[in-house]
Design a protein around this ligand. Sequence first.
Ligand code: MRU
Length: 365
Amino acid sequence: MKVNGIHYRPVWQAADGSAVEIIDQTKLPHEFVVARLTSMADAAHAIRAMLVRGAPLIGATAAWGLWLAMREDASDAGLTSAYEALMQTRPTAVNLRWALDAGRAKLAPLPAGERVEAAAAFARHVCDEDAELNHSIGRHGLEIIRAIAAKKPGQTVNVLTHCNAGWLATVDWGTATSPIYQAHDAGIPIHVWVDETRPRNQGAFLTAWELGNHGVDHTVIVDNAGGHLMQHGQVDLCITGTDRTSANGDVANKIGTYLKALAAHDNGVPFYVALPSPTIDWTLADGFAIPIEERSADEVTRIPGRLDDGSIGAVTITPEGSKAANPAFDVTPARLVTGLITERGTAPATPEGLLGLFPERRAAG
Ligand code: MRU
């Protein structure tokens, strides 16, 4: 998507081929900073410290991390240690495992001398494919928005989203935002309620920035406002992303997603989850085995932002000595999900629904 008229992806190979470049998402929305990753350790740090984040982008950055690793040491031992180091970075998004497994399977049979080039080709492929998958998700999601718009001619369609499942979380388009961008571009009047998404404020910092850049009307709300808005008919549908969806359609996503799904269910508001197929964990029968990342308590007790004097800083909001807990994701049971919007279409959140779209998985067992 474009920033100041220039098309950006959140991760790419530097034009001279010397490094990987990323948009440093810890600086947004206050500063637009491009950071260079020159080693596998840089890539692992960028994922762990959330300079890049969002399930598909974590996978894409890990793929580039393998390229950086092969430049350093293309031996079998180098491949194994890079695979293990990158796999340790964040536990919940299954796209990380998907990209690393696929990358290792491509590289391991090759002689060491061919691995650097092959790793770069693999990372490019992961990125291009993710952009295509998300564009297709947008086409299918657009039909859902179009159907809602047809029922309220001349009126705005109000979508609520949580966290950032936008182009910054993927390689392009986003998952939850792809239908929104495509509806906006098709001339459907659309407005987005953006959950701020404490503690890291991905909604307030990133989704609001993205939507503003694209000219999409939006309003940032505190995380607890969604239920109230749904009770008062101000939300036509919810769309979120997911970090890992089990084979039965349970979805792990940013902490707070479950509460939005409950409120949507109670108010008859459709609750859709948008995901590319690499986010499906076919090995898990249900979502309760999904590992939930526990992050630092500092993210709860301190809030970063632009201070009144114009500098970027953080403020402490809790009394000294209060404990804080920070589970970063929760699991929304499939029964609360109206549909899963994938690159192949929208499926009911059931084992049969997913297998209907991905029949090759039936054969795989
Ligand atoms: O902790 P984050 O910012 O990586 O969490 C991101 C999310 O929860 C997204 O909704 C999810 O990864 C889907 S991204 C298309």
